[in-house]
Design a protein around this ligand. Structure first.
Ligand code: PHE
Ligand code: CO
Length: 259
């Protein structure tokens, strides 16, 4: 697969300068349009932690300056944003997370990709992922995930761990007093799947099951047919805390599950 970012200027950890002044007016306007569409949906479909955090970000006026947001985030949970040219290799990705740095893609999708984009762009990364890093428990979970990623590389288990990421951090749902809500970044940044994931009768919604998530394959090119539902970020942190090494060993012997 060829990636569309510009990797020439990246440092060895794949970080780049955001160069905020280089964004064009049309790009800020497109970001605002994406932001406005999602803003109409999130009060009904996003989890409370995300809704609370986005308010602190005032990201509604255009592509945000990562350095300003990093400063707030650093004070709140010790996380920072690092600008990256796009998708980066596993090791660099895990290394950033393990050091409480979240990689955010610098480029924005094209207008014709308003509804759907394959690779993560600044809107997905920022709108979907960054707000939850303001939540202390979620922030700690993401840090543990990063360390777990480096470990999974040594154990040749990245594929399994990536499925967990997909079914939680990207497409996770949460049972809340207000009803089912989304916390997965792929849902929060999606114009169509956000409402679908919460209200459509068709998809399966399974109570979070660590081993099942590690075993279940996923599709990147359509709405998910299965979502895993957590009760809280505390549950996610708690249930992912055990040593995965023996779990990986056991699951390796079992077949994977269809999406
Ligand atoms: N506990 C996992 C391990 O030992 C690491 C991990 C933490 C993975 C949080 C995912 C989320 O490998
Ligand atoms: Co993402």
């Amino acid at each position: 697969m060829s990636l569309r970012g510009d990797y020439n200027l990246a440092a060895s950890d794949y970080s780049v300068e955001q160069d905020w002044n280089a964004y064009r007016g049309e790009e800020h306007a497109l970001f605002r349009r994406l932001y406005d569409r999602q803003s109409k949906l999130v009060p009904r479909y996003a989890c409370a932690e995300w809704i609370e955090a986005i308010a602190e970000l005032d990201a509604g006026s255009g592509i945000p300056r990562f350095d300003l947001v990093s400063r707030k985030l650093k004070t709140k949970t010790g996380w920072e944003i690092v600008a990256v040219p796009g998708l980066i290799p596993d090791e660099a990705f895990f290394m950033h997370l393990a050091n409480r740095r979240f990689p955010v893609t610098v480029w924005l999708r094209k207008p014709e990709e308003f509804d759907y984009i394959v690779e993560p762009d600044v809107f997905h990364d920022f709108f979907g992922h960054v707000p939850l890093l303001f939540d202390a428990v979620y922030a700690d979970h993401m840090h543990e995930y990063g360390k777990g990623g480096l470990k999974a590389m040594r154990l040749d288990a990245v594929k399994m761990l990536a499925r967990l990421y997909w079914y939680t951090i990207e497409f996770g749902l949460m049972k809340t007093p207000a009803g089912l809500r989304a916390y997965g970044a792929g849902l929060l940044s999606s114009g169509g799947e956000l409402a679908h994931s919460v209200t459509d009768p068709a998809p399966k919604r399974l109570a979070f099951d660590l081993e099942k998530a590690l075993r279940t394959e996923y599709r990147v090119d359509r709405y998910q047919s299965t979502y895993f539902v957590i009760d809280s970020f505390a549950q996610l942190l708690r249930e992912t805390a055990p040593d995965f090494a023996p779990i990986y060993d056991r699951l390796r012997a079992l077949p994977t599950l269809a999406p």
